[in-house]
Write a protein that binds this ligand. Structure first.
Ligand code: COA
Length: 260
C-alpha cells in the first residue's frame, strides 16, 4: 500500500511513523486512519521492526485532532462506526508487541492526544500543547480518550481536562504524568531514539512480555494480573535470554541477547 498521509522511516530496527498532512496540522481524516491501521498491522508482524516512534510531520503539530471537516458531516448512523474505526487503530497501537513511543512535537488535541495515549509512553517537545477539546465541538472524545486519560493521569484530573476542554503545555503535561519527559524540539527525536536504542539492548522476550503484562494485566483484577505476571515470569525461565542476562551480570560483561 502506498501511503499519502504518513511517512515511514526505518533505521536499524527503529521505525518512525510521522503523520503527514502539513496543510491540516496532521489532522486524522478517514484516509489517514486507514493508512495508520494498515501500517501498524504491518509493523506488528515485521520482525525487522523492534520499536516504533509515532510523531507528527513538521514543527508545529503532532496531530491537531480528528478531521473536523469530516466530523461535521457525520450522522447518527455513521458516527459510531467512525469512533469504532478510530478506537480499533488506537487498540492496535496499544497492542503492538514492541515498544511504541509517542514523540509529541507540537499540538496534540482530540484524536491526536488519544493517539498519544494509546502509545506505550510519551515524550514531548517543549512546544507541545495537549488536550481533549471535543466538548467545545459538541462531541466527546471518541477514540478512547475518556477511558485512557483517567487510567494515565487519574480520574479527577482527566475529568477536569475533558469537561473544561483544558489545554496543557509540555511542562504541565509532564507535571501531571501525561508525558514522561520533555525535550527541546530539536532534541525530541534524537533523545527518543537514544532511549529506544538503550531499550533494544535489553532482552527482547522480556520486553515483549513486560509490555503484555502491563497492557493486559491492568485490565484485570489484581489477583488475575499478578497471576498473569507470574506466568510470564515462569516462561522467561526457559529462555536463553534469561541465562545470558544472568551470566553476563555474574561475569561482569555486557549481555548478548538473542531473543530466544
Ligand atoms: N481538523 C481539520 N482541520 C484542522 C484541524 C482539525 N482538527 N486542526 C487544524 N486544522 C486545519 C485548519 O482548518 C487550517 O486549515 P486551512 O488553512 O485550510 O483553514 C489548518 O489546519 C491550520 O490550522 P489553523 O487553525 O489555521 O492554525 P493555528 O495555528 O491558528 O491553530 C490549532 C492551531 C491547533 C489551535 C487550531 O487549528 C485548532 O484549534 N484546531 C482544532 C483542534 C481541535 O479541536 N481538535 C479536536 C478535534 S475532535
Amino acid at each position: 500500500m502506498t501511503y499519502e498521509n504518513i511517512l515511514r522511516t526505518d533505521d536499524d530496527g527503529i521505525t518512525t511513523i510521522a503523520v503527514h498532512r502539513p496543510d491540516k496540522l496532521n489532522a486524522l481524516n478517514d484516509q489517514t486512519i486507514g493508512e495508520l491501521q494498515h501500517c501498524f498491522d504491518a509493523l506488528a508482524a515485521d520482525d525487522s521492526v523492534k520499536a516504533v516512534i509515532l510523531t507528527g510531520s513538521g514543527e508545529k503539530a503532532f496531530v491537531a485532532g480528528a478531521d473536523i471537516s469530516e466530523l461535521a458531516s457525520q450522522t447518527s448512523l455513521t458516527a459510531r462506526p467512525l469512533a469504532m474505526k478510530g478506537q480499533k487503530l488506537m487498540n492496535t497501537i496499544e497492542a503492538t508487541p514492541k515498544p511504541v513511543v509517542a514523540a509529541i512535537n507540537g499540538f496534540a488535541f482530540g484524536g491526536g492526544c488519544e493517539m498519544a495515549l494509546a502509545c506505550h509512553f510519551r515524550y514531548a517537545s517543549d512546544n507541545a500543547v495537549m488536550g481533549l477539546p471535543e466538548v467545545t465541538l459538541g462531541i466527546i472524545p471518541g477514540y478512547g480518550g475518556t477511558q485512557r486519560l483517567p487510567r494515565i493521569i487519574g480520574k479527577g484530573r482527566a475529568m477536569e481536562l475533558i469537561l473544561t476542554a483544558g489545554r496543557v503545555d509540555a511542562e504541565e503535561a509532564h507535571r501531571i504524568g501525561l508525558v514522561n519527559k520533555v525535550f527541546p524540539q530539536a532534541e525530541l527525536l534524537p533523545k527518543t531514539t537514544k532511549m529506544l536504542r538503550k531499550m533494544l539492548s535489553f532482552g527482547p522476550v522480556a520486553t515483549s512480555f513486560a509490555l503484555d503484562a502491563v497492557n493486559h494485566g491492568s485490565e484485570m483484577p489484581l489477583t488475575d494480573g499478578l497471576n498473569y505476571e507470574a506466568t510470564f515470569f515462569g516462561l522467561l525461565a526457559s529462555t536463553n535470554d534469561l541465562k545470558e542476562g544472568m551470566a553476563a551480570f555474574l561475569e561482569k560483561r555486557a549481555p548478548n541477547f538473542t531473543g530466544s
